[in-house]
Ligand binder design. Structure first.
Ligand SMILES: Cc1cc2nc3c(=O)[nH]c(=O)nc-3n(C[C@H](O)[C@H](O)[C@H](O)COP(=O)(O)OP(=O)(O)OC[C@H]3O[C@@H](n4cnc5c(N)ncnc54)[C@H](O)[C@@H]3O)c2cc1C
Length: 459
């Protein structure tokens, strides 16, 4: 093992790419498709044969229950890691949306019985699961599963659930909630007398399970046939290890610098144990090799230096929209701690491509010795139009550079003043990212479209 980074070796042919950002049009098409799916149950209520009206509140409660369930069904699509769907926004935004919209969906589903019980108190007897008919028991099972789903997601850390245990539980509860919800609806049959309305719901349910099978069966099978081998394990500064991986019996994939992949080291891709890591190597490498640089933080990452050279691993990727577009007047990379990994990939790629656009890296670290890729960043200055500003939390006594945290004042001291003209890329701990985003937005008046964030937590 060697300490410190070597510049990733150049490999002859270097691909030139145009602006890789997916079009806004595709994003708009997906939003409309999503709304159509969510609103489809409401349209279905309005069309076809109508049962005798049962009063406004009863009808309203049924309508919101339907929409909530449709939203729940679509969650399987949101988390299916379809690159074509997630690319316009980036995986972190999709997961954020998944979390927020789940709360809306659960609120709608839970509001459905509450409104019903207030409007028609005689229905309260359905809460007795011993005497209630099956369709009401399914409703209770669906609602309790949803509540458990939210509680375990919101309080996962407080409940001391291991990530892997929680993930499995999350899947089981989601499947139980959806299946029981649909059985309740089909069993009640009030609005589903029309065969085509029934078909709509059964179709939506089947679609959800197809999506789930794709993620949990088809995709792992595909990954199993395209393994990687660890070719090097390299220690870096700052308790970080770089794994270099090469495709085993296939050509691998190309990625854009700033993207990430899901890595499975111990076990097969069928196990729910993949962890997301940015690629730290140059995207200009054409022989399929990729590297990930991993900081020791928790139970999986703390064993990263035990990974033996030659071990078979699996990488699902590339994903993410944290990528550079056309040259802006200045690219400003803002990294905190291990958030340097997508940035080093960007810099290595620019260097390999001979791209001399001006780049400034503002890099927050705890100490001088813990600056991951410190020597390599220095070396890259010779190959790039690169300025590096280190900001140290605990600097040595003779340190004359920036100290503390990256703030609006640091930006003002180092950036040319037309702040809104630059393009910003931010990656680091959550608190740092919140502070940087509000410094850019509130103090430097940089529009949101000019900064891109990669958050290192989906949960
Ligand atoms: C897009 C993205 C890119 C990332 N890139 C890097 C990188 O280049 N280098 C690096 O060191 N770290 C990176 N991370 C963070 C890394 O994924 C977590 O540190 C790691 O998964 C923690 O696992 P653990 O078991 O060691 O820690 P734990 O103590 O088990 O978990 C710490 C926290 O990490 C999160 N986490 C754990 N397991 C997973 C999982 N399987 N999927 C999603 N989140 C999980 C949870 O929020 C958990 O609370 C990235 C994260 C994301 C989302």
């Amino acid at each position: 093992m060697t300490v410190g980074g070597n510049v990733w070796p150049r490999t002859g042919e270097i691909a030139r790419r145009g602006d890789p950002r997916p079009s806004h049009l595709r994003g708009a098409v997906w939003i409309v498709t999503y709304l159509l799916f969510v609103l489809a149950p409401l349209f279905a209520l309005l069309l076809g044969s109508h049962p005798p009206a049962r009063g406004l509140w009863t009808e309203f409660s049924v309508a919101i229950g339907y929409s909530g369930l449709a939203m729940m069904a679509l969650q399987f699509g949101l988390t299916a890691r379809f690159r074509y769907v997630t690319e316009p926004w980036g995986e972190d935004v999709i997961y954020h949306f998944h979390r927020q919209i789940s709360l809306v969906a659960v609120a709608l589903v839970v509001a459905h019985p509450i409104i019903l019980f207030i409007a028609r108190p005689e229905l309260l007897s359905l809460l007795n699961s011993i005497t209630a008919p099956w369709r009401a028991r399914f409703a209770a099972l669906s609602t309790y599963s949803l509540l458990a789903l939210v509680a375990t997601a919101v309080w996962r850390t407080k409940l001391r659930l291991r990530y892997e245990t929680w993930h499995l539980l999350h899947l089981v509860l989601a499947v139980a909630a959806l299946a029981a919800g649909v059985l309740h609806m089909v069993g009640w049959s009030f609005y589903l007398d029309d065969p085509w309305k029934r078909a709509l719901w059964i179709g939506l349910t089947i679609l959800s399970f197809v999506l789930l099978s794709y993620v949990r069966i088809v995709k792992p099978l595909f990954l199993l046939r395209r393994p990687y081998r660890i070719s090097e394990v390299r220690q870096e500064r700052g308790d970080t290890w770089t794994l270099v991986m090469q495709p085993d019996g296939h050509a691998g994939f190309r990625f854009r610098s700033g993207q990430f992949g899901w890595l499975t080291v111990w076990g097969s891709p069928f196990k729910i144990s993949a962890h997301p890591f940015s690629f730290s190597s140059s995207a200009a490498v054409t022989d399929g090799r990729v590297a990930m640089s991993i900081r020791k933080l928790g139970d999986f990452t703390s064993q990263i230096d035990d990974v033996p050279v030659g071990r078979r691993v699996y990488i699902d990727g590339p994903y993410g929209a944290f990528t550079m577009g056309n040259p802006a007047d200045l690219h400003v990379l803002v990294a905190g701690g291990v958030g340097i990994t997508p940035m080093i990939s960007m810099l290595r790629t620019l260097a390999d491509e001979g791209d001399k656009r001006p780049v400034m890296l503002l890099y927050g670290s705890k100490t001088w010795d813990e600056i991951t890729f410190r020597e390599e960043l220095e070396a890259l200055k010779a190959r790039l139009d690169l300025t590096v500003v280190h900001v140290l939390e605990n600097p040595p006594e003779d340190w004359t550079g920036e100290r503390g945290f990256i703030t609006a004042a640091v930006f003002k001291r180092h950036l040319p003043p037309a702040y809104a003209n630059h393009e910003y890329f931010i990656c680091g701990p959550g608190v740092m990212m919140d502070a940087i985003e509000s410094a850019l937005g509130d103090e430097l008046n940089v529009p949101m479209s000019k900064y891109h964030s990669e958050r290192y937590s989906f949960v």
